[in-house]
Design a protein around this ligand. Sequence first.
Ligand code: COA
Length: 314
Amino acid sequence: MAKYSKIISCGSYLPEKVINNSDLPAILETSDEWIRARTGITQRHIAADGELTSDLAAKAAKIALEKAGLAAVDLIIVATTTPDTTFPATAVSVQKKLGMHSGFAFDIQAVCSGFVYAMNMADIYIKSGQAKTALVIGAETITRILDWADRGTCVLFGDGAGAVILGESDEPGILSAKLHSDGQFQQELYVDGGVSINQQAGLLRMNGKEVFRHAVEKMGNVVLEALEDADYGIEDVKWLIPHQANQRIMDAIAKRFKIDSDKVLSAVAKHANTSAASIPLAICEHEAKLKSGDLVALTALGAGFTWGSIILKW
Ligand code: COA
């Protein structure tokens, strides 16, 4: 059985259409200055009409597969909170779009923590010997569940997909993972609809201040927990890759850890918050900086709340 799972390659896809902050005052009372100052966001990508989460995911996956020199994988996990349909899973649509007929594929729903949850799951499958290779994708068309009249939320999000391929390895890859959830915080961030509630997808609702506070505290704490399990300290981390929700959240974590903000990899300015896609998109954006053997910490918090961290060697 494999000792480790390790990232072999990554790929990303962002829809063509871009909405700049300066486009938004035409539809709502806001300004480029406000959005930049409070979030660090300057633009977001928006999926085209008819462009599905599985389309974004398949495009990112194709790039990762090509880079790895693979035609197929044993396992596909899609982390998404905006699936194409209620069922079947978006992951099987991706499997079809990639022309794969073997292996197994499923979705995971942990909202903005979805990619961290999915990486942990893929690692377990690989270490158990049930899969040798896994495609782990975060993909969202989250702008479709935004209330474009709510300036407190709609300016924050964007669409996109990022994918990594994990393969079995004798060399250290994923070293530790720590996941948490606490459903008592559901009302802080949720959609006001659902199949069981009203047969609607619903729109995103958020108590921004509370989410901000919990994100800084919980994303930081869980990194320390995962590092402890891997027998490392924060001083050993070469790159911290947090969920890309808000530059101020990332800056607050860097300040708390007294680490140079250059070590905290950010892509939020151009991507905005792409929910489950944000970490793999940030990985791809900064891929050239990541060198073999670098200690990397991923951390995320999402609705639920769910939160978690992965410590890995690049
Ligand atoms: N443009 C202009 N003004 C806006 C605005 C916008 N897009 N959104 C809100 N405002 C206004 C508010 O109405 C409020 O006005 P008031 O003082 O007249 O009532 C003022 O700006 C301050 O709003 P507030 O909500 O207190 O701002 P904030 O500093 O908390 O920043 C967020 C708001 C949403 C940027 C911030 O709370 C945040 O980033 N939270 C975390 C969000 C997140 O990361 N979610 C996803 C996690 S997975």
